[in-house]
Design a protein around this ligand. Sequence first.
Ligand SMILES: *[C@@H]1O[C@H](CO)[C@@H](O)[C@H](O)[C@H]1NC(C)=O
Ligand SMILES: *[C@@H]1O[C@H](CO)[C@@H](O)[C@H](O)[C@H]1NC(C)=O
Ligand SMILES: *[C@@H]1O[C@H](CO)[C@@H](O)[C@H](O)[C@H]1NC(C)=O
Length: 428
Amino acid sequence: MWQPKDLLLIAVSLCILACTVAGDGGGRPLVTAVTRDAATSLYTIPVMSGSPLVLDLSGPIVWSTCDGGASHDTLECNDIDCMRAHRFHPPNCPHTGYGMPDADNPYRCKCTAHPHNPVSGDTASGDMTRVALSANATDGRNPLGPVSFTAVASCAPDSLLAGLPAGAVGVAGLARSGLAFPAQAARTQGVANSFALCLGSRGRGGVAIFGGGPLFAANGRSITDMLGGDTPLRKHGDSPGYYVSASRGVFVDGAQVPLDTYAPLTIGFSTTTPYAQVRHDVYRPLIDAFDRAMEREGAITAGARVPSPAGSPFELCYNSSRLSLTRFGYFVPTVGFGLEGGSGWAVQGINSMALVIGRPTACFGFVEMKEGDKAGYGGGAAPAVVLGGLQMEENLVVFNEEKQTMAFTGQINGRGLFCSNFNFTVPA
Ligand SMILES: *[C@@H]1O[C@H](CO)[C@@H](O)[C@H](O)[C@H]1NC(C)=O
Ligand SMILES: *[C@@H]1O[C@H](CO)[C@@H](O)[C@H](O)[C@H]1NC(C)=O
Ligand SMILES: *[C@@H]1O[C@H](CO)[C@@H](O)[C@H](O)[C@H]1NC(C)=O
């Protein structure tokens, strides 16, 4: 049997090998369409033989159902990718080592990973194997033709698909891990470990580019040229997800929201929660500031507040026929986060107001984080705010693991653009 110190030695020597071949391999970035599933509000990319995987900004690995148990090769426990798969441990999951002895050969240790469903919070065990993924190469203007590549992924039982969109066969983790989809695309394509995500709003498609940019709209305008300055990515506990510091505070229409803390506020990003989740100590001051700003500005006329629909997570809801509609969505106060590095993340109506299906109601899409909510990777204290899908839509966001930074354009509709503007036609 392997001893831990042997694994460490192998890890170190393999890393030296792997690190020397990293860098600019002169490859082309990969592009894929991003679809929002209306039933679950989750986003998918069709990268597994055309079948969709769910995007999870906090997921450290790629997992799928591996053709329902059809035979596949399994990585050995001393494979560097097996160690990478165990770098981040899912919440509420017992540590059971790197794998288990092969039934046919007791000297061989088969690598087992712990695929995690970010919606149900369930975790399973599955073999670590190699799968074929595919997307299109791109110059940032069009898809240029399909590219297949082999990636390391975990298998999972069909039951782990609970809560995911119909047709989805697994999860593409996008987090800051060596086995996440962007890192594997970067290694195999010889491109930067950086990806651009542009999530389309309701019913409209979006686009993701793995390997950085550029990204153009079909009319030739560069969307990547609209990116603001870099914001440093910060660690939050042992989580592999994306976090930044709102070191300059939270604002509503430019006025700082008074908070009971002087600690820098950690802001996380999630593609698996539809609305922003706000920690209790920040939630009440933010809701009060938004409510007061709504009244102060006369943005709404008297009587526009309506009760929130039964069972909804929202507190502030409005009769949407009394709100005025602009290119930035409903005309409501802007919520802003003053980030470390100087950029500001501004949330205008299009990214703050959730529409209630079947009635003329729009609700403030910042909801209170619940104690004991499905714990994420890393555990520990909750971040102040986790921005959800609604807050990220129609905004090109670039997560650059090589520079450990993120950058964003801010919402692009006001500039006449949509995330659905990428030209998906392959040139003749
Ligand atoms: C490549 O792009 C074309 C055109 O958008 C699309 O039909 C095809 O499915 C894509 N191929 C892959 C492997 O994603
Ligand atoms: C919403 O506002 C419209 C227009 O003012 C009004 O006709 C309607 O009755 C209001 N609905 C509710 C539920 O308040
Ligand atoms: C999309 O790209 C194709 C192939 O290059 C081109 O023929 C077409 O005109 C483009 N569409 C738009 C709207 O620019």
